[in-house]
Design a protein around this ligand. Structure first.
Ligand SMILES: [Mg+2]
Ligand SMILES: [Zn+2]
Length: 164
């Protein structure tokens, strides 16, 4: 069984001030994020990003926009010696259709847990929103709330040192 750290995207990995981030030029990594992800990778944690992208259902942008930004994001992170195993995104919006993936539901996390043989009890969710915490807890992960756009390095240090 593997251990993993699940991360929200907007506000955790990148600046989350825009209503929707779907253009490369609007995507700005938050402080220390490469160092934090590298630390987790080096300590044997699989890294998985779980993000709501309801702007797709609303027609604000497309899956192709999201895939492009994610491929670029993964490449930047790989350049800093950390590996994102997978990015799961929910393309639905609760104002238009119900689904089991959009956080606070835990469908995306459950999928990853099964696919990557993850032990939830040794795994974490880091998010800046209440629905991240709800989704993480629903999947049995230790869930840690960070402030939007704040460095997650100290949280990640606590994880690898076993202090959380
Ligand atoms: Mg967020
Ligand atoms: Zn969904």
């Amino acid at each position: 069984m593997n251990k993993a750290v699940f991360l929200d995207r907007d506000g955790v990995i990148n600046n989350g001030d825009l209503y929707y981030t779907y253009r490369l030029e609007d995507f700005h990594f938050n402080p220390d994020v490469f160092e934090a992800l590298q630390l987790l990778s080096q300590n044997g944690y699989l890294l998985i990003i779980i993000t709501n992208q309801g702007g797709i259902a609303k027609g604000e942008y497309t899956k192709a926009d999201v895939d492009e930004i994610h491929n670029w994001m993964k490449a930047q992170i790989a350049n800093h010696n950390a590996t994102i195993e997978e990015v799961y995104y929910c393309p639905h919006h609760d104002s238009l259709e119900a689904c089991l993936c959009r956080k606070p539901e835990s469908g995306m996390i459950e999928k990853a847990i099964a696919r990557f043989e993850i032990d939830p009890q040794r795994s974490f969710f880091i998010g800046d929103g209440e629905r991240d915490i709800k989704a993480g807890e629903k999947a049995g992960l230790r869930s840690i709330k960070t402030n939007k756009n704040q460095s997650i390095l100290s949280i990640c240090q606590s994880i690898v040192e076993g202090k959380i």
